[in-house]
Design a protein around this ligand. Structure first.
Ligand code: SAH
Length: 257
């Protein structure tokens, strides 16, 4: 069934497909992917939605080819329904931004719908208990597009303002030390007893790993942190209970329970 489009007109969808299990895809994402003529994405994400592929044309594109992929998607969307898949949420370090930027710079007048998805922070938090119930900052340690000194400043700001910190892209094959450097910066202004959750492959059918530790001990697990991992550092009020992390929202200050 077409997602509210006639057969003849084209439209581009940037679809967040969630953390990687069919159960955590939104109904809108499923509807759009099933109704697309063309689905574009990198191999990892296409594998995660394999069960939805019937007669759609599938274009696999490698990592690092994002700009080419965006141009191609816009061109195809002149007369077809094209779904560009993005892991997690399509905004959070996702393809929505680049798609809109490239669309702005082309003369092609293509309708675009951004379909949101469950981002890694939400997926990871659900497995850790309740670590992000208060204000938080998400920081990516990828310095491919953001200079490292900017990342350091943001880490410092998030730490000194006592926000819970979600760390995306903690490592890559080329950048193996970014995570330990980030931990050193956070430890300057946050106690070693603060809870830390390390979650790999959250809500994916294979390889899910959940570790609850503390800031002082987190680097004992450095080897297990990779590009499929998100790390959550609690704030000064976070605590560990029954292998879960709780960051209190503040109810205890107002109510008795
Ligand atoms: N748009 C994605 C993020 C892309 S950046 C989203 O909203 O989730 C890629 C980073 O996301 C990875 O390096 C990792 O830190 C995190 N990530 C994505 N999926 C994950 C998962 N299932 N489990 C743990 N971390 C994940």
């Amino acid at each position: 069934m077409s997602p509210s489009q006639s057969q003849s007109s084209g439209k581009l969808y940037v679809v967040g497909i969630g953390p990687g299990s069919p159960q955590h895809l939104t109904l809108r994402a499923v509807e759009v992917l099933e109704g697309a003529h063309v689905i574009i994405g990198n191999g990892t994400y296409l594998d995660q939605i394999e069960h939805l592929i019937t007669d759609q044309q599938v274009i696999r594109s490698g990592m690092g080819k994002e700009v080419d992929r965006a141009r191609k998607a816009i061109e195809l969307a002149r007369d077809r329904r094209v779904a560009m898949v993005s892991g997690g949420d399509s905004n959070v370090y996702g393809m929505a931004g680049l798609m809109l930027e490239v669309a702005q710079h082309t003369d092609l007048d293509v309708e675009i719908e951004i379909v949101p998805g469950v981002t890694a922070l939400s997926a990871v938090a659900s497995l850790l208990g309740a670590p992000v119930v208060s204000d938080f900052a998400i920081i990516s340690l990828s310095d491919l597009l953001t200079p490292w000194d900017v990342i350091e400043k943001r880490l410092e700001a998030a730490t000194t303002s006592d926000m819970v910190i979600g760390i995306y892209n903690p490592k890559s094959r080329q950048r193996n030390t970014n995570f330990s450097r980030a931990v050193d910066i956070i430890r300057r202004n946050r106690a070693d007893t603060v809870p830390v959750g390390i979650v790999k492959n959250a809500l994916r059918p294979k390889g899910e790993t959940v570790i609850v530790t503390t800031l002082g001990k987190v680097l004992d697990h450095d080897e297990e942190v990779d590009m499929s991992t998100t790390v959550i550092v609690g704030n000064s009020e976070s605590r560990i209970w029954d292998s879960k992390i709780i960051t209190p929202r503040g109810y205890h200050k107002k109510y008795e329970y």
